[in-house]
Design a protein around this ligand. Structure first.
Ligand SMILES: *Cc1c(COP(=O)(O)O)cnc(C)c1O
Length: 355
């Protein structure tokens, strides 16, 4: 019998795995979840829908009704095709699986969403992350150079970027779109909190795909992400999708909730208002410097990141420490925007921790 060392791929054995900290009993401001629940009456309607769902049957593999609803309410341009994923993480995996020729590179930036690199590794691809420039800006010059060197079949750009929270300059993104030999995926996971999108520009570049998720807009537990783009690409990506990846319950519940899109918009507006308040409070607090954010979280720097993180945790508040994960994130922590009350609790706990 062989040992795991002989059987499990080297690059997989070397991984630490995606660590999800235990948050039981904590105020959870670490994962960009929406703090608001759905209203009582809608939850009741969802209960009825779930009660009536035929879970003895496989889901509609093509999710036709849900896709039609999404096309109607999510600003997907006419003519664009859509693929659904069990969260957008799964869609990134499909894109990697479909493009993973031996030796192929996924190109991204650093720091950015850590799943890009992890998923590339899972699929046997190399990941190259081009360092962001000053102010966490996209370095178009170095991106184009890296594109010429590595000829990546897949470029992944989070817009706004996680964990930095900013939207990249559109001229820089256009240079990437023009230079890339393959797919450029704009990951708009935080679209609900940002004013800009590439969704309406799908027709403009044949290699542009736009990915979004409902996770950051209040439905993280449901697991539903989508990719929009030209059919000539998506019909191939769709072949590596496992046939029943979006469950019966997810399809039915999402369909119902998307009838109430204004509700999700109102929640996003409340989060954006709180983002401004939280940013101002962090800017005024001695010893903390927040970075601008177009997302539902704020990255901030402090001279005592470990003390801040531990002090918050002791006081029952869980955020994300990025200190030590990348040189550009020295001293940085990331807090998800919560309700007004939650943000006040966070600010108070942070003040005490740094006092
Ligand atoms: C959270 C996040 C995702 C993943 O979202 P799921 O749909 O929940 O899998 C994708 N991209 C970025 C940049 C994110 O921050």
């Amino acid at each position: 019998m062989a040992t795991p060392d002989e059987i499990i791929r080297d690059e997989i054995r070397a991984l630490a795995g995606y660590h999800v900290p235990d948050a039981s009993g904590m105020l959870k401001l670490d994962a960009m979840e929406n703090p608001y629940r759905l209203p009582e009456d809608l939850r009741g309607r969802i209960a009825d829908i779930v009660a009536g769902a035929e879970i003895n049957r496989y889901p509609d593999a093509g999710a036709a009704r849900l896709k039609a609803r999404m096309k109607a309410v999510l600003g997907i341009p006419a003519g664009a095709e859509v693929i659904l994923g069990n969260g957008s993480d799964e869609i990134i995996q499909m894109l990697a699986l479909a493009t993973a020729r031996p030796g192929a590179t996924v190109l991204g930036v650093e720091p950015s969403f850590v799943m890009f690199k992890l998923i590339a590794t899972f699929c046997g691809m190399r990941f190259v992350g081009v360092p962001l420039a000053e102010g966490y800006a996209l370095d178009a010059e170095r991106m184009v150079e890296a594109i010429e060197t590595h000829r990546p079949p897949l470029v992944l750009i989070a817009y706004p970027n996680n964990p930095t929270g900013n939207l990249f300059d559109s001229a820089a993104i256009e240079r990437v779109l023009n230079a890339a030999p393959g797919l450029v995926v704009i990951d708009e996971a935080y679209h609900a909190f940002a004013g800009r999108t590439y969704m309406d520009r799908i027709g403009q570049w044949p290699n542009l795909l736009v990915m979004r998720t409902l996770s950051k807009s209040g439905l993280a537990g449901l697991r539903l992400g989508f990719l929009a783009g030209r059919a000539e690409w998506l019909r191939h990506v769709d072949k590596v999708r496992l046939p029943y990846n979006v469950s019966v319950l997810t399809q039915l519940v999402a369909e119902e909730i998307l009838k109430h899109q204004p509700l999700l918009d109102e929640q996003a507006a409340a989060i954006k208002a709180e983002r401004t308040r939280l940013h101002d409070a962090l800017a005024r607090m001695p010893g903390t410097t927040p970075f601008p954010s177009d997302a539902n979280f704020i990255l901030f720097r402090t001279g005592a990141p470990q003390r801040a993180f531990d002090g918050l945790k002791q006081r029952g508040v869980l955020i994300k420490s990025l200190h030590g994960s990348h040189p550009a994130l020295e001293g940085c922590l990331r807090v998800t925007v919560g309700t007004r009350d939650e943000n006040d609790r966070f600010l108070e706990a942070l003040r005490e921790s740094l006092a």
